[in-house]
Write a protein that binds this ligand. Structure first.
Ligand code: ATR
Length: 272
């Protein structure tokens, strides 16, 4: 069978092998999918060696920028984010970088979470790799006003500038309490992953607000608890986004997009 893998550090809790195995079963496609835990200084060599014989790889933290850098070709979505969550070996052996994270988020929001984006006010917390991976797609989906707030103000301003439209604006973290409430709050900082507390004012949420954490499992707990206590309509983790970005990678590799709902349901049941 064709070979695929996910590269990360750490990687032991990755759901990607299970997701791709379930997609393969559903589509009747035999594949071998491995998880590789590789330290940053060994990543480029390891992924190049793997892809010399395999078809594609998913890339997760902390390797997404390095994956983008080592590719020979880049899709527009990868280029604007400066990061890649998918590498594909082309017929001539060169490597192509894709980024399907933003599309995965938007698809999960629009479908599973019933959160329309057209005309909405959205708060993006964070301006690092995860935030850059979804910001353009939120604007493309018709968000009316994308407010970016980051602990380090310069990074928020840089992202707003890179987005290059007046709909995207940066605000200071210390002014969060003065911003009013939002239709959607996307948590894209790594505070949860690092186990660090995040102090957010309750007024950011109203009873229609969707709170969305790009991570899942333990890392998402603290933000989701805040969203619930602030009275948001819903508090969603990034499991749906994970499954959707994986389906886009699967479609790139196999020419067919699997039905994500049964796979999402199965993973949700095992996570709970
Ligand atoms: P990732 O790929 O997960 O986005 P990253 O590119 O290192 O990782 O970015 C981490 C993001 O989380 C940044 O926006 C960072 O804020 P700074 O730019 O100020 O560093 C944010 N972050 C990390 N820990 C945080 C904390 N304890 N409180 C608030 N923001 C935090």
């Amino acid at each position: 069978p064709a070979r695929y893998a996910v590269f990360g550090h750490p990687i032991s809790h990755s759901l990607s092998p299970a997701i791709h195995r379930l997609f393969g079963e559903q589509c009747g496609i035999a594949l071998e999918y491995t998880a590789f835990d590789v330290a940053p200084d060994a990543f480029a060599d390891a992924v190049r060696r793997f892809l010399a014989r395999a078809h594609g790889a998913n890339i997760t933290l902390p390797h997404k920028a390095a994956a983008f850098a080592l590719a020979d070709e880049r899709t527009p979505a990868a280029s604007r984010a400066g990061s890649a969550n998918v590498l594909t070996r082309l017929a001539d052996g060169r490597l192509a970088a894709h980024n399907t994270d933003g599309a995965g988020l938007v698809r999960d929001l629009a479908g599973r979470q019933q959160c329309a984006l057209q005309g909405r006010r959205v708060l993006l917390l964070g301006a690092g790799g995860a935030a850059r991976g979804v910001a353009w797609e939120l604007l493309d989906a018709g968000v009316e006003e994308l407010t970016i707030v980051n602990r380090t103000a310069d990074a928020a301003a840089a992202l707003a500038g890179a987005l290059g439209v007046t709909r995207a604006r940066a605000r200071y973290w210390q002014d969060l309490a003065d911003l009013g409430s939002f239709d959607l709050i996307v948590h894209a900082t790594s505070a949860g992953v690092l186990g660090q507390p995040l102090a957010l004012p309750p007024g950011l949420a109203n009873p229609q607000t969707v709170g969305y954490d790009l991570s899942y499992g333990r890392s998402a707990q603290s933000f989701l608890a805040w969203a619930r206590s602030a009275g948001a309509r819903s508090a969603c983790d990034g499991l749906g986004m994970l499954v959707e970005q994986a389906a886009d990678a699967f479609a790139l590799w196999h020419g067919r997009r699997p039905d994500t709902d049964p796979v999402y349901a199965q993973l949700r049941a095992t996570l709970a």
